[in-house]
Write a protein that binds this ligand. Sequence first.
Ligand SMILES: [Zn+2]
Length: 647
Amino acid sequence: MTTKSPKASSKYSLPNLDPNISGANAMVGLEIHQQLASQNKLFCNCSNKGADQSTLIFIRKLRPVHSELGGYDPAAIFEATKTKSIRYHSHPSTSCLVEADEEPPHSVDKESLETALILALALHSNVVDEIHVMRKIVIDGSNTTGFQRTMLISTGGYLEIKGNQKVGVQSICLEEDAARLLSDDNIARDYSLDRLGIPLVEVALEPISGTPQEVLQVAVTLGRLLRASKRVERGIGTIRQDINVSVNGGSVVEIKGIQQLDQLIKVIEFETTRQLGMIQIAAELTKRRTASEFTVKDATDILRRSSSKGVARILETENAQIMAIRAEGFDGILGCEPYEGVRLGRQLAEIVRFYGLGGIFHSDELPNYGITESEVTAVKERLNIGSGRDAFILIGGDRDRVQFAVDAIIQRLNKVTQGVVPETRAATLDGKTIFIRPRPGSSRMYPETDVLPIKIDDLILDSLRGSVPKSFDSYIEDIMQKYHLNRKLALEIFDSDRLKLFEDTVKSTKVQPTFIASKLTEDLTSLRRKGLNPDRLSDKSIKMAFQLLDGGDIAKESIPLILETMLTKDINEVKEAIQILGLKQVSESELNEIIDKVIADNMVLIRQKGRDSLGTLMGRSMSLLRGRVDGKKVNSILENKLKQSLS
Ligand SMILES: [Zn+2]
């Protein structure tokens, strides 16, 4: 996909970076999770909308069953032993006994099931004869039940991309969304139940090989097809992309939580480079033929009096410990940076953070951070590091956590020669990826016994064919015709999160559709460029601004000013912004007074120029009215008064 040459780090250059490891043939599999705009949740009658203030909080302890977690997985066992309290926040309008796991799930929501089937038909996917609800184990508390309910709707099929290309569909599932994470610390984790049980459609595409831009095009096309059904939610957080990335036929890394499409390209580029870097490092380490023995010693006493602030912070907590790990043959490997921003040391630090610790110190970067040469020597002596061949890693913090982290780091070090390690990473907002957990083994699924299987026959499918969304292009044509928009504006309003607001506003006001569309796209984009976040403007308040315009209360020119003021002053009410801007409604008599005054003040000009003075008078009136009254109205009043004063 991308051809990048390895970059030798200035500080710790690997002697022989393999020039053949570049030009990665990356494969990217897209998995889209889209919330459905159904009336109800998937397994109960609670509302799908509105995150109300919670009125009830209940607490549960996390208690995953060990046997279900499989093999020795320090991450899972760590989660299990943390015995964290989970606090669930609920409100009766958005959650009931089903979300609280006090009542069995109801039958599958019909509307959501129909939507999933319609989307399967739109993607030419083969719908299964019988749909079974399954339980997928989750251990982080994001489901009150300890599992997520999911059902396979269809397999196979394809997505058509511009230019007759097709991307294969692997599977389409209908599943319940998890609870929304509010906060997480060492003692408790807080979730809101409003999102738990919201229906999601998961579309998994076949991995494709292409430039990140081509992958983006596929994601955009799929997103547009889903939205063209008019049966899915829109807006931030309603669509989430996970991707699977592998290079040179190596292990697959799963990256979760890409919420914005502009992140996608950066994430793919970063992850490709990171995997190439790991392959470079593996090649070098394999050459060194290192042993898989790791000596671990307590180094707390050596660093007890260290003047390092980082070390002091670790040791000031109760029950703290600093452990040192000897990594044979790793000298220069931890700090080596084969590509910009890609270092093994940094990735080990990410793993340690999973266990609630701050990070690591390693020998390639020491002495530094206040840790002295003599302290480094003492650690080396403790670990029996003589030659310049071995490296060491320091991990400090709460004793129990350190034990888990040491185990996890040794497991990871043993896998460095594999190159890319299969794991689950999270996308960061700046387009990088960080470790979140080891990749779960084979999917742990069990049948949900509380919900009966659903038979799907041709009759049902035929009845839904009429609802299959038209092609995206014909949808855009429709918008252009119906609202007299040009192609660019029609595309922009369709792709924006405000399509529904646009259609509602056109329906309920007499404001020109072109004007509304351009305010909702170009103007909001320009606010974003100014560093403001237009997502904070509610549909309701934007609509209010157009209604005021429609009623003649404000002028067209005020709309962008009002929206900007609401963001800069952090206010929710349009009327408040109008007050701040001094755009408050001008009464009929006030308006007449102002225009009379303009005429009186300019009598000399009017006598000289007669009717030709209208332009100048108009300019003066509008500057006095500062966008508070529509220009057309001012013009017509002014014209009448001018006529009167001339006659
Ligand atoms: Zn409910």
